[in-house]
Ligand binder design. Structure first.
Ligand code: PAF
Length: 281
């Protein structure tokens, strides 16, 4: 695996591949890689000849109260894992390279409406930071396709909307959620869970499954979400939000909508867990 930290080296390698008519896939990450990330790299291999992974802990998507310095960094282990799944190039730029003027003075990309609800409401500015870095990384890598996990469903929709609105020549590939045996969606944040919290964290997914069954017959979505929230809170988690939404616009679903996604987030100790289930009625 080729490891580069400079833009010029990245561009040179991509240019060489392009001259050989090779298709390039891209998997942006913030490191601390788990099996969910490795599944993204595996999916990327199925859509292209070469796979580029980036590791960059993006300060622009962290809120003022969020502790970026304590974000887990496991670079050596990440490199080993990426070699095992045959990533072709790892791009690990510094903040200085990505934001030479500092990230607060950087041009940004704002995807309206969809960015301000749910996770965006709990984390103001988060999706602006995500859209901006993903746009910048797309400009640097210029991939044919890019893979994103479906666990961060709202992020996926923000990126799809940005790509569509700004006519970016990249195909977005969503990759299914990878779960632990307990059903808990894999996430770097699971590292914050104590053994006791790990026992109750799967209730989030269990409740989503319950809700997915209920909406086949019950159309009072508001009441169902209230019940689901109570179920989550009863075991000691704290629901941040739980909503039945239209799968593309993420607007709260209407009775007759067919393509739905149930989005949920709950605090479990220090960790803010997120999960979702997509349903076609
Ligand atoms: O999902 C993530 O890890 C990040 O939000 C991403 C897409 C790499 C942008 O920093």
């Amino acid at each position: 695996m080729n490891i580069v930290d400079e833009i010029q080296a990245l561009r040179q390698q991509v240019k060489l591949w392009r001259m050989q008519n090779l298709k390039v896939a891209f998997v942006p990450t913030m490191g601390n890689l788990h099996n969910g990330h490795l599944a993204l790299v595996e999916a990327a291999h199925q859509h292209a000849d070469k796979v580029i992974v980036s590791i960059f802990v993006n300060p622009m998507q962290f809120g003022l109260s969020e502790d970026i310095d304590n974000y887990p960094k496991t670079l050596e282990q990440d490199k080993k894992r990426l070699s095992q799944v045959n990533a072709d190039l790892l791009f690990i730029p510094t903040s200085k390279i990505i934001y030479p003027k500092g990230y607060t003075d950087n041009t940004f990309v704002d995807v309206p409406n969809i960015s301000n609800k749910y996770c965006g409401k709990s984390r103001p500015g988060h999706f602006r930071g995500v859209a901006t870095i993903v746009c910048k990384l797309f400009n640097l890598v210029q991939p044919d396709v890019a893979c994103f996990g479906s666990k961060d469903y709202q992020q996926l929709q923000v990126i799809r909307t940005m790509v569509e609105d700004l006519s970016m020549p990249v195909k977005i590939i969503p990759v299914e959620i990878i779960r632990e045996e307990s059903g808990l969606a894999m996430s770097s944040r699971n590292g914050y869970l104590t053994p006791k919290e790990r026992l109750v964290a799967p209730v989030l997914y269990q409740t989503l499954q319950w809700l997915a069954e209920q909406i086949k017959t019950e159309k009072d979505f508001y009441r169902l979400c209230q019940q689901a929230s109570n179920k989550i809170n009863q075991v000691g988690l704290t629901t941040d939000y739980i909503n039945i939404c239209h799968a593309y616009t993420l607007i709260k679903a209407k009775r007759n909508d067919k393509d739905l996604v149930i989005l949920a987030s709950a605090f479990c100790g220090k960790a803010r867990l997120i999960d979702n289930i997509q349903i076609t009625l």
